[in-house]
Design a protein around this ligand. Structure first.
Ligand code: HEC
Ligand code: HEC
Length: 293
């Protein structure tokens, strides 16, 4: 299991060799599953889903609880399938703050109550308290933004941080830094990936007659192990698979441990700052097990 945690970080590093070879600092499309920059202009900041079914109860085999789709997607109190998996959530993590300007959605809605997060946001479990506080303050001040200005949920995240009180920042940071980072993304080196469709910033594998595989090329395709459990039920125990080009993990290992880039250049080994086990060092964030995209 340990191997796959580290592999996710190594795969990112392998491909970062390609990124640094780019002339500008535009976001590398391959990291988000595209061969060329995706078309489109600024996305609208997502609004809470409306009109979802609020009568049929859905369940998960391992949970005693059941929720409707509307309850699962309620940004001010989303489903908590496994309350025994985590300590009591601070109010801002469980409910956000509807009266805030702009409104703050429950952190647990996007990052999950266990902080493991999804490819379109971030894994916040097991990050250092100081690091989480720093990121929230920098989202708030505008110092942290996405390299792709079209990524609307980064702006949304910054909006939440701008409305958070210092007390809420401290409570959320204390909570998420206490959650353990355990394996969540399995890295698979492959020439091909399952055929997928884009859905709210995520790739979901196609089912039925549309299912199949396609060439991966130099892309990373990250997709839920179980599209239904992630997309519809938001199961915080159902993780992801990252398809990466063959050789990525080995190339990444050379960069991460020895600072040798894909083109044979030399940089400071990532482990020097991120820790020998890549699980973070003081305020420097953990890379092990993070989403490659
Ligand atoms: C609508 C979904 C959404 C909600 C709700 C949300 N976030 Fe985020 N969060 C994001 C996204 C997207 C990013 C990644 C932004 C980027 O860098 O592009 C992020 C990133 C972060 C990061 C940075 C992680 C890192 O590795 O640097 C922290 C910390 C964080 N969020 C904390 C919170 C807290 C605390 C709350 C609750 C107040 C919260 N988030 C609510 C979507 C969300
Ligand atoms: C000189 C120290 C240093 C080295 C060497 C270093 N990093 Fe970092 N890295 C940091 C610090 C500090 C941050 C947090 C930056 C911030 O948010 O202000 C960071 C942040 C990151 C993040 C963002 C994580 C998140 O939570 O969003 C990634 C990804 C990352 N580094 C990857 C790498 C890789 C890959 C390498 C090796 C090629 C590397 N780093 C080498 C210091 C370092």
């Amino acid at each position: 299991m340990r191997k796959s945690v580290v592999a996710a970080a190594l795969a990112v590093a392998a491909l970062s060799g390609i990124a640094s070879a780019r002339a500008d600092d535009a976001p590398p499309p391959w990291a988000w599953g595209f061969t060329t920059p995706p078309p489109g202009t600024l996305q609208a900041v997502p609004a809470p889903a409306t009109g979802l079914d609020n009568s049929t109860l859905l369940s998960l085999p391992a949970s005693k609880l059941s929720f409707t789709r509307a309850q699962i997607a309620n940004p001010f109190g989303p489903a908590d399938w496994f309350p025994d998996d985590h300590p009591t959530m601070p109010d801002v993590v469980a409910h956000g703050r509807q009266s805030a300007q702009p409104q703050i959605w429950a952190c647990g809605f996007c990052h999950y109550p266990n902080g493991k997060g999804r490819p379109e946001n971030a894994s916040v479990a097991g990050l250092a308290y100081e690091y989480i506080v720093q990121q929230l303050i920098e989202f708030r001040s505008g110092a942290r933004k996405s390299s792709d200005p079209r990524k609307a949920n980064t702006a949304q995240m910054a909006g939440f941080a701008s409305a958070m009180t210092d007390e809420e920042i401290k409570a959320a940071a204390k909570y998420f830094s206490s959650m353990p980072a355990t394996p969540w993304i399995k890295v698979v080196e492959s020439e091909t990936a399952p055929k997928t469709r884009g859905s709210n910033g995520m790739f979901l594998t196609l089912a039925g007659a549309d299912a199949g595989t396609e060439p991966l090329g130099q892309r990373i395709i990250e997709t839920p192990v179980n599209a239904d459990e992630t997309d519809i039920r938001r199961n915080p125990r159902s993780g992801f698979i990252a398809y990466v080009p063959p050789g990525s993990v080995k190339t990444g290992q050379a960069l991460v441990e020895n600072g040798v880039t894909a083109s044979g250049g030399k940089v400071t080994a990532c482990t020097a700052c991120h820790g020998l086990d890549l699980r973070g060092l003081g305020p420097v964030p953990r890379l092990a097990g993070r989403s490659p995209s």
